[in-house]
Design a protein around this ligand. Structure first.
Ligand code: NAP
Length: 438
């Protein structure tokens, strides 16, 4: 009997792990399970729709999915359709590759007002994630604030100022293209609680902010370091190019383009202002001491009708997986949670790193599985399939996905790579009528 492994989550960490397992555990049987019908997680629903080349990694995952040892089970939710306890009874090893799909709370007064969104929700909405189809974000305002100085903040700011033509060339769903293109937004503020040297932006993403068709990036020269003397060689190497890019924006004229992205550093949100609906943000000016932003006691306000908090994510609590509430991930030792239970990717180490970072996690955990499990002792796939059949779960398998994908590509807007199926009902309706083998 071959070793059976269930991977919960079909995003980058899940598929990299499947690929690594094929090499590390010869003859194993791998089932990749996802609660959504479509595979690839963050590649499909996290990477920005105007960054199609980053999504090319999907081809590698597609190759893994087609391996005869691998099976895809879409539209199956562990914790709902089948419990983690039951799953562990079926498989020799279970790997949690569920990512970190939940927003971290901002923790300031007023954050529950209408018009305030976490990045998981807003990014999910513009990427056609079924959970956020009906978010209908309030974009009927002239100014928006994005909190955070990471790449997700850049993604949101950039997409808010893109033109209709730019958005239409991406795989952003029609409803999101329309909502953004129709919005009267002219000004987006990106707030960092620390300085430009501390921002987590990467170079390519930052450079794009200076190349927008109808948006201009603005920054106050007084917030930029005059020299990089005093910073360690390592900090300089990591950040000098970012600072160079930001510095080049100093002479930009606000009226140069129709929309503006204002980068404001040393500003920490303390309150979301407004009645039921957000009408502004109150922020405290900060200074950086060591690695921390410290309040100065000076406050200022900015008017805005939309706020997106791009401040990081949490993994979901799953009954049976010990959870670190503070860090928002599963308690694990280098990917090992307990006998036969593992975590990879953001579920293992928190929401940091790029897509490729997950390959190393997959390698590590595959090596653990190879070392920990010498013989198979669980029934594997047939037992899991029996549970699904007993509960009449409509599994979307890889052949179904290939039909969906072909239809998405066929239905795309001109110049766009695909038009995504968004809601489960749409998917099931299509599959019910799609010719077999299509
Ligand atoms: P991130 O890079 O960790 O950035 C989070 C930002 O939020 C930081 O600037 C952090 O400031 C700030 N923050 C946290 N709590 C805050 C609070 N209470 N108030 C104000 N600011 C707060 O996270 P991310 O942008 O969500 O990205 C997640 C990962 O995905 C990153 O590794 C990122 O590089 C990656 N990603 C990559 C791409 C790409 O390659 N194109 C695109 C998107 C995402 P401090 O630094 O002061 O804590």
């Amino acid at each position: 009997m071959s070793i059976s492994v269930a991977i919960v989550g079909s995003g980058p960490s899940g598929f990299y792990t499947a690929g690594e397992l094929l090499r590390a555990v010869k003859g194993c049987q791998i089932d990749v399970i996802d609660r959504l019908p479509a595979p690839f997680g963050l590649v499909r629903y996290g990477i920005a729709p105007d960054h199609q080349s980053t999504k090319n990694v999907q081809r590698l995952f597609d190759k893994t999915a087609r391996d005869t040892a691998v099976r895809y089970f879409g539209n199956v939710e562990i914790g709902k359709d089948v419990s983690l306890h039951e799953l562990r009874a079926c498989y020799d090893a279970v790997v949690l590759a569920v990512g970190a799909p939940l927003d971290r709370p901002l923790g300031v007064k007023g954050e529950d007002k209408l018009g305030v969104y976490g990045s998981a929700a807003f990014v999910g909405w513009y990427n056609g994630h079924p959970d956020f189809r009906h978010l209908d974000p309030l974009l009927d305002c002239r100014a928006a604030a994005v909190i955070g100085n990471g790449n997700v903040a850049l993604d949101i700011a950039r997409l808010l100022v893109r033109t209709r033509a730019e958005l239409e060339a991406s795989d952003m769903p029609d409803f999101a293209v329309d909502a953004i293109a129709r919005s009267p937004l002219t000004d987006v503020y990106v707030f960092g609680r620390r300085g430009p040297m501390d921002a987590k932006f990467t170079i390519g993403e930052l450079r794009e902010m200076g190349e927008l068709e109808d948006g201009v990036a603005l920054v106050d020269a007084a917030q930029l370091p005059e020299t990089l003397d005093g910073y360690s060689e390592e900090e300089r190497r990591a950040r000098a190019r970012n600072i160079e890019i930001i510095k080049a924006w100093v002479p930009n004229r606000p009226a140069a383009k129709r929309k503006r992205v204002h980068f404001a550093f040393y500003a920490s949100p303390v309150e979301v202002l407004g009645d039921a609906r957000v009408r502004g943000l109150r922020l405290e000016r900060t200074r950086v001491e060591g690695q921390r932003a410290v309040g100065t006691g000076q406050f200022f306000e900015v008017e805005c009708g939309f706020v997106a908090a791009a401040i990081g994510y949490r993994s979901p609590v799953i009954a049976g997986a010990p959870f670190d509430e503070k860090q928002g991930l599963y308690i694990n030792d280098d990917g090992r949670i307990g006998p036969g239970l593992y975590a990879v990717g953001w579920a293992m180490r928190g929401p940091t790193g790029v897509v490729g970072t997950n390959r190393a996690d997959g390698k590590t955990v595959s090596a653990h599985i190879a070392a920990d499990l010498k013989t198979a002792s669980k029934p594997g796939r047939p037992a899991f399939q029996a549970k699904l059949a007993e509960r009449a779960v409509r599994v979307v398998d890889y052949a179904d996905w290939l039909k969906l994908e072909a239809a998405e590509v066929k239905n795309a807007r001109p110049k766009a790579p695909r038009r995504k199926f968004v809601e489960l009902e749409e998917v099931l309706r299509f599959l019910a009528t799609a010719p077999s083998g299509a």
